[in-house]
Write a protein that binds this ligand. Structure first.
Ligand code: GCW
Length: 644
């Protein structure tokens, strides 16, 4: 096998309950059969012996009861010394994985009745047709090779991994549609797409494709892509008719329009609603959906322009369009208003679309959070976002209660361990569990992932959880302070460069001088705070009530600003950087202590990554600290080296 099975590599478990020796009941659907197959293989691996199959009701056994319909929920209940798993085909599949995971954790009768919070729970791959992956940190694509899509054994195991943690969709190509990816719509790759779709479909995973808004011109040779042009509308209708007929299990399209140079409706003086609705009508006869990204901002800003605020752009563009989208359109918004930084406020747009389907986008690929070379456990951050109260209503006002679907930019590639860093697989697993149940506990997720991955050794579990659970704060401390973002090397987004983006066109400024730093985003400044509900706007507007970890996102303050604990802002920045590096050292030491307790190959891979994390963390600490010192000439109170 040239790749790992990650958390699906079931380990032997002593004294399994006796019902795992017999499976009874009949299954009819593809997903039901997949559930049965997984249970047989899982029980066999854990018991060391295959279970027997019986069509009679025997006791004790695991009895499968398949219902008709598309439902995804399941119930898993004790029946004497046995258990009964009940649900439609997909439900059986999720229930089977639930049972296997919990048996592996050492539970004998893990009873559960559950259904997912959202009908769309997916991954976005930024995979290009040439096999490269935009912001990919774990090798090349396993969906595309030599210019076209491929279906391999890995596709099937990918589908199993997704289903095992509750995910049910995959958009396999980059939102920046380029090269041969354009021809995914043309019929040229229908055979491969059909194979991929069928392979994913066996595990309840729907196929999605990213499409270019100007495909009618690029592919169809039309003179325009104007969404109100009859020829354009007919082209999309015909193209969808042949594609959806040829590729069953195609769920719809993801579109990045009028964003970072991509074509879109604005070229023709049309709105995003007109653009998205035109595509929505074309896919409607096929039950298709349009996922329309909201990552729209001016990416050719002049740094001297202090009026334009990139953080405002998405709300300014999309909030006025709320309610104008067709039912099969989902507006896809990133979790923060800017771009997947280590600390951002929750995007105000998520509270401004009460009459439109919205889809929350996270990023598992750690573009700005260590690129899968640094450990940075993200489920805790995701949970913070999902729990965040948007305050437009008195109750049921959290992000989790305001959205209709979730997705995440994938962190997978064709590396042996799928995610480059072995510990980054915990992010993928955790995102899946949260997409099913936004109330899932990140600490429990870490524990479960560790046991499924490394086995049930309490020392290993405790150490791995300690590393994971502190990792985001540690990363934040040695990199970019208090929500300011962007002090990374332009383009690659790895390593420190305090002014790398300062005079560039991307709208990402901190505007530091020798006296103060930050962009004022209250009403006296860019007015960004006013995009939130009144209660939140009031909190963010005021330096005193603004959450401290977001201080420099919302306000421009002098370095002498007093933090709540009495330290100055600048002293806090110095301290964080020294502490962050020490914490990184501590995590690396903790990993060293697991030598001999986790498989040697995984041990070595992670050890390698920690070496790079420490090198990079030291570099961040020293470059950021000395840059602030040069700017302010205010020394560190503790007299530590600032590398002048
Ligand atoms: O953060 C930026 C990335 C781009 C990406 C873009 C987006 C796919 O640097 O690589 O393009 O976000 O989300 O569209």
């Amino acid at each position: 096998m040239d790749y790992s099975l990650l958390w699906l590599d079931w380990k032997r478990r002593e004294a399994l309950p006796s019902y795992t020796g017999t499976l009874c009941g009949e299954v009819k659907t593809g997903e039901g059969k997949a559930a049965l197959r997984e249970l047989i293989a899982g029980f066999q691996a854990m018991r060391g012996r295959a279970p027997t199959l019986s069509s009679q009701k025997e006791s004790p056994c695991l009895r499968l009861e398949e219902l008709e319909g598309p439902g995804e929920g399941f119930s898993l209940l004790r029946e004497g010394e046995g258990m009964r798993l009940r649900g439609c085909g997909k439900g059986l599949l999720y229930g089977a994985f639930y049972l296997l995971r919990h048996l592996a954790l050492g539970e004998d009768f893990p009873e559960k009745t559950s259904s997912p919070a959202y009908p769309i729970r997916m991954l976005d791959h930024w995979d290009n047709a040439d096999g490269s992956v935009e912001r990919g940190y774990s090798g090349n694509s396993f969906f595309f090779r030599e210019g076209g899509p491929v279906c391999t054994a890995r596709t099937a195991d990918y589908a199993r991994l997704l289903a095992s943690c509750g995910l049910n969709g995959s958009c396999i190509n980059n939102v920046n549609v380029k090269g041969n990816a354009l021809y995914l719509l043309s019929g040229k790759y229908n055979k491969e797409l059909r194979e991929i779709a069928a392979c994913l479909g066996e595990y309840g995973v729907a196929l999605w494709l990213s499409v270019s808004f100007s495909a009618p011109m690029e592919l169809g040779g039309l003179p325009t892509a104007d969404p109100l042009d009859e020829g354009v509308r007919a082209w999309w209708r015909d193209t969808c008719a042949s594609l959806f007929a040829a590729v069953p299990n195609l769920a719809g399209f993801l579109v990045k329009a009028d964003s970072e140079g991509r074509p879109g409706p604005h070229t023709y003086g049309r709105s995003h609603a007109e653009g998205a609705n035109m595509l929505a009508q074309a896919v409607e006869p096929w039950g298709g959906k349009i996922l329309w990204r909201c990552f729209v901002y001016n990416c050719t800003q002049d740094w001297r322009d202090t009026k334009t605020d990139r953080a405002r752009a998405q709300c300014d563009t999309f909030a006025p369009l709320d309610g104008l989208f067709r039912d099969n359109v989902y507006l896809q918004a990133k979790n923060g208003p800017v771009d997947f930084q280590i600390r951002e406020p929750v995007s105000p747009l998520l509270g401004r679309l009460p009459h439109t389907n919205s889809l929350l986008e996270f990023q598992l690929a750690q573009e700005y959070t260590g690129q899968q070379r640094h450990v940075c456990y993200l489920p805790a951050m995701f949970r913070e976002v999902l729990d965040f109260r948007l305050r437009h209503r008195e109750e049921q006002d959290t992000v989790a209660e305001s959205i209709q679907a979730v997705t995440a930019v994938s962190n997978t590639g064709d590396d042996y361990n799928w995610t480059g860093h072995d510990l980054a697989a915990a992010n993928l697993f955790g995102f899946g569990l949260l997409s099913w149940d936004p109330k899932a506990d990140p600490a429990k997720i870490a524990r479960e992932w560790s046991i499924l991955t490394f086995g049930n050794d309490p020392r290993v579990t405790e150490t791995v959880c300690r590393i994971l659970l502190g990792s985001r704060e540690t990363y934040e401390k040695y990199t970019v302070p208090l929500g300011i973002g962007w002090m990374c090397v332009p383009g690659v987004h790895y390593g420190p460069s305090p002014e790398g983006y300062e005079y560039d066109r991307w709208g990402t400024y901190h505007r530091a001088t020798c006296r103060a730093i930050g962009v004022e985003r209250g009403p006296e400044g860019t007015g960004y705070t006013e995009q939130y509900a009144p209660a939140l706007a009031a909190q963010y507007r005021d330096v005193e009530t603004c959450p401290e970890e977001l201080l420099l996102f919302f306000h421009r303050v002098p370095y002498s600003h007093r933090m709540k604990d009495g330290r100055t802002l600048l002293q806090r920045i110095y301290d964080d950087h020294f502490e962050g590096y020490e914490e990184a050292e501590e995590m690396a030491r903790a990993w060293e202590s697991l030598k001999g307790r986790v498989p040697e190959d995984a041990f070595r891979r992670v050890q390698e990554r920690f070496r790079e994390q420490l090198r990079s963390a030291r570099e961040w600490r020293d470059i950021i600290n000395s840059w602030f010192y040069r700017l302010t000439m205010i020394p560190d109170k503790m007299g530590r080296t600032l590398y002048l």
